[in-house]
Each structure stands twice: as structure tokens, then as C-alpha cells.
Design a protein around this ligand. Structure first.
Ligand SMILES: Cc1cc2nc3c(=O)[nH]c(=O)nc-3n(C[C@H](O)[C@H](O)[C@H](O)COP(=O)(O)O)c2cc1C
Length: 186
């Protein structure tokens, strides 16, 4: 038996992107974004409502995106609960925000992988903003690279957001090769 859930929109997985930005005074901030994703190899879209981050990105034209990892689930969730309008989340988190050398936004050093983005388009969407950012640099901790210099998500253990139960999961086991598992049907 199948059931219709209307507009529920249960696409899975959703991201746990930590989007970092500076405000007009140079104060760093970070928020948690589940409604975001990679559009092309070097382009990211994030959908955000009326937040401190929204003001910051409009003011600075740049942001960074760090997929949260298992080791930083507490900080990642905190960035989605508190607002930079009321508290300095960078200080409270204890994490290290340093200025990107590529864009006008901070990099959070403790996250092993960060995409540094310049805003290329801003769309209004149902009272929210959709920012399209071009990835101008990707900064990675060598500890999560494999022998061939590729990011190894098995080592990194990125989080994914399960919106049906409002929980974080960790990216799971490898099951098959892409452009390979389908070969028996070719
Ligand atoms: C798991 C999770 C996912 C979230 N995803 C989004 C999102 O995609 N878009 C959005 O506007 N807010 C999202 N939020 C809410 C913001 O992260 C939250 O309102 C935050 O306080 C905004 O911070 P700021 O005001 O400092 O920018 C999410 C929160 C959590 C906990």
C-alpha cells in the first residue's frame, strides 16, 4: 500500500552545511543549512530565510560552506539554534574563524572541508533568499585525503540531516561503484 503525503518533500539526504559569513563590522557568524546543495561541480545553492547570515551575505557578497562532520555535531546544531543577532556564535562555539584568503568570509578551521564561495546570483523565493555561490576555492585537511589526494568521506564522516525525525545521521557504508553497478543491465 502506498500513501500520498502531499507536498511533504522528503528528498533525502539533506545537507548539514555550516555557512559562515562576516557582518558589516567584521563579526564572524555561522548558521546550519539543510536546504542547500551543489548545483554543478563548482556552484552551491543555499535557501535561507530572514537570518543574520542573510544580511551578512548580502553585505559582503561571499560565504563559506563547511559540510559538518561527526566530530562537530554539537557546534553544528548550535549554529542552527542560536542567532548571530543576539549572540557571538563564533566566540561561544570555541571554534577558530579565520579570514579566507580567497573570499570575504571566514573559514572555520576545525571543519576538515570548506568551500569558499562568491555570490553570483540572489533569488527571492517565497519570502526566502536563494544564494547561488561560485566555489572559488576548496580548503581541505590533509588528514581526510586518500593516497591519491581525493577527499575520503569515509575518513571525514560527514553528517546528513534526516528531516522526518529531525536527527543527524552519518554517511554510511559504500555499497557499489557508480557507472559500474548498472553494468549487468546494459
Ligand atoms: C538542522 C537544521 C537545518 C537548518 N536549515 C536551515 C535552512 O536550510 N535554511 C534556513 O533558513 N534556516 C535553517 N535552519 C535554521 C537556522 O540555522 C537558524 O535559524 C539560525 O539561528 C540562523 O542563524 P543566524 O541568524 O545567526 O544567521 C536550520 C537549523 C537546523 C538546526
Amino acid at each position: 500500500m502506498k500513501k500520498d503525503l502531499g507536498q511533504a518533500g522528503e528528498l533525502f539526504p539533506q545537507s548539514v552545511f555550516i555557512v559562515a559569513s562576516y557582518d558589516e563590522d567584521g563579526v564572524p557568524n555561522a548558521m546550519n543549512v539543510a536546504w542547500g546543495g551543489e548545483c554543478t561541480r563548482n556552484e552551491v545553492a543555499i535557501n535561507i530565510g530572514d537570518h543574520k547570515t542573510t544580511e551578512n551575505i548580502l553585505a559582503r557578497g561571499a560565504f563559506t560552506v563547511a559540510p559538518a562532520d561527526r566530530a562537530h555535531v554539537v557546534e553544528a546544531d548550535y549554529f542552527g539554534m542560536a542567532t548571530g543577532r543576539k549572540v557571538n556564535k563564533a566566540e561561544r562555539s570555541g571554534l577558530t574563524f579565520t579570514k579566507s584568503t580567497f573570499v570575504d568570509a571566514p573559514v572555520i578551521e576545525e571543519f576538515p572541508l570548506t568551500m569558499e564561495c562568491e555570490v553570483r546570483a540572489v533569488q527571492d523565493w517565497g519570502g526566502e533568499k536563494r544564494f547561488i555561490g561560485e566555489i572559488v576555492n576548496t580548503r581541505v585537511d590533509e588528514a581526510i585525503l586518500d593516497d591519491e589526494g581525493r577527499v575520503d568521506f569515509g575518513k571525514m564522516e560527514p553528517l546528513i540531516y534526516d528531516s522526518t525525525r529531525r536527527i543527524y545521521r552519518v554517511v554510511g557504508e559504500e555499497v557499489a561503484g557508480a557507472w559500474d553497478a548498472g553494468k549487468p543491465l546494459m
